[in-house]
Structures are given as C-alpha cells and as structure tokens.
Design a protein around this ligand. Sequence first.
Ligand SMILES: [Zn+2]
Ligand SMILES: [Zn+2]
Length: 838
Amino acid sequence: MTEQSSTNTTQELHYDPQPIEEKWSARWQQDAKLYAAEPSSSQRKKYYVLEMLPYPSGALHMGHVRNYSIGDALARYMWMRGYNVLHPMGWDAFGLPAENAAIKNNVPPREWTLKNIENMKSQMNRLGFAYDWSTEVTTCFPDYYRWNQWFFLKMLERGLAYRKKSKVNWCPECATVLANEQVVGGCCWRHEQTPVEQRELEQWFLRTTNYAEELLRDLDGLEGWPEKVRTMQRNWIGRSEGASVDFKVEDSEEKITVFTTRIDTIFGATSVQLAPEHPLVAKLVGENAHLSTKVQELIAEQRKAKEAGNVGAIEKHGVATGRFAVNPFNGEKVPIWVGNYILMDYGTGAIMSVPAHDERDYEFAKKYGLEIRIVIMPRHEEGSNANPDEHVLPFTAENSLLINSGEFSSLSNQEAQTRMAQFAEQHGFGKATVTYRLKDWGISRQRYWGTPIPVLYCEKCGIVPVPERDLPVVLPEKVEITLQGGSPLSRVPAFVNVKCPKCGGKARRETDTMDTFVDSSWYFYRYTNPALKNKPLDTATISYWFPIDQYIGGVEHAILHLIYSRFWTKVMRDLGLVKNSEPVARLFTQGMVIKEGAKMSKNKGNVVAPDDMIAKYGADATRLYTLFAAPPDRDLDWQDAGVEGVSRFLGRVYRFVMRNANARAAKKTEVTPRLRAVQRKLHQTIKRITDDFDGRWHFNTSIAAIMELVNELYIAESELASSNLLDEVQRTLVLLLAPFAPYLAHELWETLGEKSMLLRQPWPKYDAAMAKEDEIEIVAQLNGKVRCHVLVPAEIAGDKDTLRDFVFKDEKVRVLLEGKQVVKVISVPGKLVNIVVK
Ligand SMILES: [Zn+2]
Ligand SMILES: [Zn+2]
C-alpha cells in the first residue's frame, strides 16, 4: 500500500510510542479516581470484570500481559457501554517462593514481596491497565489475613474446620515437611540423594466434602463457564454411587470395608485388595520381613506414579499377605492382597477383586493366577441359550443377568444392585453409599510466610480458639528461615508461648500457617470494600456486585482455586454473609503464551520479557499483539515479527489521523461509491467488534477488521479528506481502537480536538442499513456445476423467488439456457441458484 503523502511528511509523522505512552501514563496515574467504580447506590448497571490476581514473583511475564490485556479490553468496552465497572487488582502475596528467596538472597520475605509488588505494579501502569488501585488487596497484610483467621474460627465453631493425623512428605536431612512440588523423583529437592519419607502429623482440614453434592450439582447452572472446566471439576469431585461391604478378616476381630460400584458381581470376588498404605496392612504383615519389604516397594511404585501423574496407568504389582477375608454374601474365604494400583484416598482404600467383570481386576488376576469366576451374563434375546464361558472376558456390561449368585441369580444387574445393598444393610455388613473423589482440604503448612492459624494448645483446656477480639494473630517479623527443623514460627518463643485465654495457664500457639489457596478463595469479595474494619465484607455491597460478571485466568486454576472459591462462597452464604451461592457467573480461560512451540522458560532460553517488548514497540503494540496473534482461548506462539507488524499497523493509524485531523473545513456531502465502501466497512467493523465482545471474544478477528478498515481509509483518503464523512470515520476508528490500544487512542482523540474523556465515550452504534452490502454475488449453476456469477441487489437476494427471477433475466444466464429445457430450479437465498436442465 502506498501512502499518499510525501516522504518528508511521512518522516515527520513517524509513530514513536514512547513519548505518547509516557505522557498518558503519567496523566492517568495522577487521577486516582479515573478507574474507580461508582458506589453500589449507582443507577448504572454494574459490571464486575476480574482477572486472577498474580503471585508477586518480581516481574510480569507474557502470560500475565495476555490475561490482563483481555480483561482490560473488556473493562474499557463496558465503560464505553455505560456500565458501572469494577476492575480491581491485587496480590496473592503469601507463599513459598518468598521463603526460598529469603534464604537465597538473605532478604526477609515481606521486604522481598513488597519490592516485587512495587515493580509489578509499575509494569502494570506502564502497560496502561485500567485498575482501580484504591481497592487493591495484598493478602500478606494483617488487615486482609485477619479475615482468613476470622473465617477459620467461624468454620471451627461450625465443625467445618477440624484436626486429624495426616501423612506429609518429610525430608530427614532437612528435618522438615516438603510441599509436593519439592519432592523430585521421590527425593528431596535440596537433597537429591535423600528419599522423602511419609510422616503422620496433626493437620488442620476444612470440610469441603460437606459441600461435595452441592459443588457438583451447581456446576449444571454455571452455563457461562467453559464446558471443559466444568468437566474437570465434575471429575475432581468424582461422585460414584455404589455400596460398602464389610469382609471379616479370618482369625481376627478386624474387618475390611470395601467400596464397590458393582455389588451385583460380589459372588465373583476372588480376592480382597488393599492399598499399600491401608492401616490394616501393617497388622497383617506383622513381623514378616519379606512381606514388609515388598509392601514398601509397592508404596514407592505408587508414589512414583503419582508424582509422574500417571497412577491410572501404573504397571500393576501386588503381594499376597497369606491372610484371608470372608465374603459376607456366600461365606467364602478369599485371599487378602496388597496392590500398588489401589489408592488409599479413593473410596475406602480397599476393593473386592472380581476378575471376570472388571478390566483392572482381570489384568491383575491373569498376572498372578487368581481364580476368575463368571457371575453375570449378557441378557439374551428371548429363547436363546447362552454359555457364559464363551463371553469375551472381562465382561463388564451393565445390562446383564446374574448367575452363580445364590438367591440373587437370574436378577437383572440393576435390580441386584438395589436388592443386594438392602440385604447387606439388613444384615449389618454394608449399605448403599455414595463416595466422592473430593477430599477435605488440608490447610496446614509448616511454613512461615502465610496466615497464622488462630488456635492455641493449652495444657489443661486442649485446643483453644484465639478469641475474635485478639485477631489478627500477627505474623512476627525478623524470623530466621532455614527450611530446617519444622516451622520457622516454632523457633520464635515470643510467638509460641502464650497465656491460655480460658484458664490463664500455659499455652502454646499453633505454628503452622494456612495454605495460600485460602487467601485466593475470597479475595474478590474484599475488593468491594478493602478498608472495612469490623467485618470482612458488607453484605449489601456484595449483593450489588456479585456474582462476578466475568472472571479471566489460566486453565491451570480450573480445579483447586475455582473449587475452593466456590466452597468458600457457599460457606459464606451459610454464615449469612452473602446471598449468592456461586462467586462467578462467567469464566474465561485464556491459552498460554509459548515460543517455538514450547512453554516459555529460563531453561529453554525462550522467554520474551514484557519490558523488552515495551521498550522496543511500546505497550499498545505489545498488548494488541497478545490479542491479535491468536484467539484468546488458544495458545499463542510468540513471533517478534508479529509484534513488529502490529506496531506498523498502529503507525498507519497514527499517520492517517495526524494527516487528516485538522482537515475539518469545507466538506462535500456527496457519497461517492468509494466513500460508500468506506461507510459500509466502518459499520461492518463496528458490528463485528460489538458482536465479538458480546459473544465469542475472537479479538484477533476484531483487530483484523480494524486493519481492513484502515486499508479502506488509505484507498479512499483523498476523497475522504474533502468529505464530511471524515469526521465520523476518524472518531469511530479511535473509539474502536480504544479498548485494545488505549494510549494511541487517547492521543488521537486529543489530536481530533476532543476534550471529553475517551473512557466514558459511548461505544459507537452500528447502522444496519449502512453496513449492508449493496450487491451480493450469487453463484449460477447448471446441473450443479458453477457456470457464472451474477451481481444481485442485496435487498432482493434474500428472497428465494425474486432471486430466481433476477438470475433468469441475467444476460449470461440467458445465453447458457438457450435451447435447453428447464426441469427444476433450486434457489438458495444469498448464495446460489441451481438450474436443472435437459
Ligand atoms: Zn532435604
Ligand atoms: Zn487453658
């Protein structure tokens, strides 16, 4: 495309984003109220747009830029649509990296964290994100985490928080607990030769399982969530209906409770299988050294598979304990095995093995030569006589009949499931039951940089909650962090040793801190009123703002963060604090930013730093590129050449407006065909972008549409310059660009002589008549073959019969039809006319 100005002018009009962006960034930061929402008494419709708050690691990465560019475009669009927009930002400021950095650089976690926040905030400001910083939430500040403690006390009161023994990863060398991500290949991340042990520690748990059914059921109502996220949550909650059945251990008072979804096959059980970590295993193994070694091996295999994330595909191994259990349905003795594929945290950690009718059991029985007994057969057509031995094993169909099953033989399997569960319940050895994969949430961390858990242990009174009036339990500063010898807080006597508020005697403070997922479970409520002193939130304000209209973040948070947030909301509702049962109406999960096909990482050396891109191309171009290079829900493969292209496009916009901004006098009103084309393109572009914001968010096509529009403007520039259309065209172009490239849009708005605030300018309305194509190209076919094209006025192309008549009158078509007999005509409005001839 050649530009119509002289070389000299082009050079004068060189687009340099740096001074423009610095000027506007400074102006915006001076105006503290610029992005503030109106109070909940506002007459405007509210819109709460939220991006997931970052961990203050020190610098933004491109994934952040993409996430926030999507949210910012939406926020700006909704402001222009006249909504009362809440667009906050905060910091998920507690967590292990701060402790690691403290050791490495000898900086206290708080200092390190606050410095990082300062840096990332200035990056966000440089990028021009429209956040209302007056509502900023920083989770490591006592005025925030005191409410974590308050919620914990409320949950404790209601039995939703409790303490129990639980296994943790323990490095004997560090003498401390390791997070799962600190266990590398079964060894400590700092001591690569030291195998990590499992230790039992008293831990605090929240009863997420109390809400399992509701968390599952309410997913159906979350229609604004991606289906894949709902599916992930359903699987995570993992509801299965079945029955529990007790098998007595022979020569013992012990029993093994198995959970099965197929009680109808219980007569085919030929062994009972225990998870290697099942509490009974140690008793059954006793002093037997060989068995004990074997069990340790199974534990190690299972842990390895868990770490690799493929426990479902583990190569199955097991060992017979030499002991037997009694099947309560037929009194039969079956061997008790320990299997590496049985998980302690699913069901009861014990199963009955029915090799004939379960894939996994079949594979195991074949390997170890266990008996395979058929107890169900397919339902056959009436009168047929099937031999069950001929089935292909394992036979697992639900629609089947029982055989070899005592009094239950010949029942359908559905009926058998009900009757056998009832039978078990009547005889006191089992019952129908529902089990969930979802577990209670273990929140204890043997860490320093987190919310202190507000309980005391008194020698006389036992567990004593910290009285509400004594909140917050403030995290002490100047604590030595070594990652050794348990929680750092346990080595701070002034923190640990307290007086019992009940009896005045000696008490010891809990030294564990809370999982940081607690912080992020409710932070978005606090944004509505972050300075509130006497309560975590104001119910009336929450009723106005919630649920969140649009939440945007990475799909890696599809499970934990989003399940905990939903759980927290339901607890808050039951405490009478909020009226909504779900926090988020619509969820969007953006794709990753990758380079050369791989995730950006320091190790691969393929990291693109936002600061570098801003210095080279400006914030607008960087932001615009993250929106333009791929649909937001897909991965974006970073190409430096692509940013450069986007930057050149912004330069074209800049030069066009700079050249024509002041040509405002003596305007012609005539609309030539070329100007009509511009007008049409303009309104089509408004429609496309508006539809995309309201619909599928394919900002890449929105931006492509603006690029096409700018091409049209260049083609028509000389005619536009003397036309009264110019004003509308330039203003609209700037408005359309405002959500995506706010700096340039503001600069050009001012250049156009506008004094009003661009952020609150009404979003342009599209005019259907203006957007309509004047003529549409219709395909003319003869016997299904394309023969020619006919230009048809747009207003008649939509009507089947009128379209047919118009095409028949076309000269080219008339020639084609000469001497032929028309048998049939198929007219497809807006597309084609097919004429069948003899
Ligand atoms: Zn270690
Ligand atoms: Zn006491």
